[in-house]
Design a protein. Structure first.
Length: 219
């Protein structure tokens, strides 16, 4: 679905906060229902091209949350970062088919690609799920406490540039190569194209059928 074909509706910002260096969480008024894992298009002004963002809030919550990286020199994210409570944003209705079901699943995310899994966990879908979450920095694992509580030992944080106790030093794909992979009904991947391709190659090499792998790529 192309951004230009989506209808954008004005809504109101309630919070806009930095959760880690260069990473922010934007909260605004919710207008429609959504399925955990879905995406919306968002912009600060209808003259500025909208971008896609996965929803990070639970499906029973009254507000919508998104996570975004502030890209220096970018067209949209520096504008998003300047928004204050009461300011307007323009958002589409939720769309997309990146979703999970009951049963055993392995979730693999890099950076803010963790957003759809935040939504799933906050919507009560954490039973039988394992999350492997990669970040370049430890600060990028700002949801570590939440997922450690929600998933227990089924949360595996990975950091590729800094070492810390309880955090695998390396990329998510490296963890999958080293560890014995869980047998799962589905493998959901969300992050950069490089991460998705690397992890998908590892899974296929370990015998996971291609049709059990579902990917959402962040550009």
């Amino acid at each position: 679905m192309a951004v230009e074909n989506l209808q954008l509706t004005r809504t109101t910002v309630s919070r806009n906060e930095e959760v880690a260096c260069g990473i922010r969480r934007l909260t605004f008024e919710r207008r429609e229902d959504f399925i955990p894992g879905q995406t919306l298009a968002l912009t600060t002004d209808q003259a500025i091209p909208a971008r896609y963002y996965s929803i990070a809030s639970g499906c029973d919550e009254s507000s919508i949350e998104i996570l975004y990286d502030v890209v220096a020199g970018g067209t949209l994210t520096p504008r998003l970062a300047r928004l204050q409570p009461g300011d307007a944003v323009f958002a589409s209705e939720a769309f997309g088919r990146f979703s999970d079901d009951e049963g055993v699943s392995v979730w693999v995310a890099a950076g803010t690609g963790v957003a759809p899994f935040v939504s799933m966990a906050r919507s009560g879908m954490s039973a039988g799920k394992t999350l492997i979450h990669g970040s370049r920095t430890l600060a990028g694992l700002y949801l570590r406490n939440y997922f450690s509580s929600a998933l227990g030992g089924r949360y595996i944080p990975c950091c590729s540039s800094e070492a810390a106790e309880g955090v695998f030093f390396g990329r998510t794909s490296a963890w999958l190569v080293r560890e014995c992979l869980l047998t799962a009904d589905r493998y959901l991947l969300c992050g950069s194209s490089r991460m998705v391709v690397d992890v998908r190659d590892v899974l296929i090499a370990q015998g996971v059928p291609f049709d059990r792998i579902v990917a959402e790529i962040y550009f």
